[in-house]
Design a protein around this ligand. Structure first.
Ligand code: AMP
Ligand code: ZN
Length: 113
């Protein structure tokens, strides 16, 4: 399958990895919107977006949310952080492999677009 994030997990496309375990992979966003901007994804292509989360694949989401505080702490986000998931065209989702943005490292604006 032609999926950018699957290629990143496979190492076919290079990335700056910040965390990996048996289920999930986290790496720096190539176009950071904040001093810290990390993408956290399932290692397998189990869902294109939040719309495809099911009882069968929700363990990936659970692991992502279990590890977000660990990844945030390792990234030095002592002042807090924001987690965002863009789902579908109205949210400007550009990569169709389920992912969560972890943003921080400055006082984030509240503007939602
Ligand atoms: P979204 O718009 O929510 O689908 O998020 C996709 C994110 O992937 C964007 O923030 C992009 O900057 C990021 N991105 C695209 N290509 C790469 C890449 N090769 N390495 C790291 N991040 C990427
Ligand atoms: Zn994929």
């Amino acid at each position: 399958m032609e999926c950018l994030f699957c290629k990143i997990v496979d190492g076919e496309i290079p990335s700056k990895k910040v965390y990996e375990d048996d289920l999930i992979f986290a790496f720096c966003d190539i176009n950071p919107m904040a001093p810290v901007h990390i993408l956290i994804i399932p290692k397998v292509h189990t869902a294109s977006s939040m719309d495809e989360i099911t009882p069968e694949n929700s363990k990936y989401v659970a692991r992502i949310f279990e590890k977000i505080p660990v990844i945030a702490k390792d990234a030095g986000l002592t002042g807090g952080y924001r987690v965002i998931a863009n789902c579908g065209p109205d949210a400007d989702q550009t990569v169709q492999h389920l992912h969560f943005h972890l943003l921080g490292g400055k006082k984030l604006s509240v503007q939602l677009g």
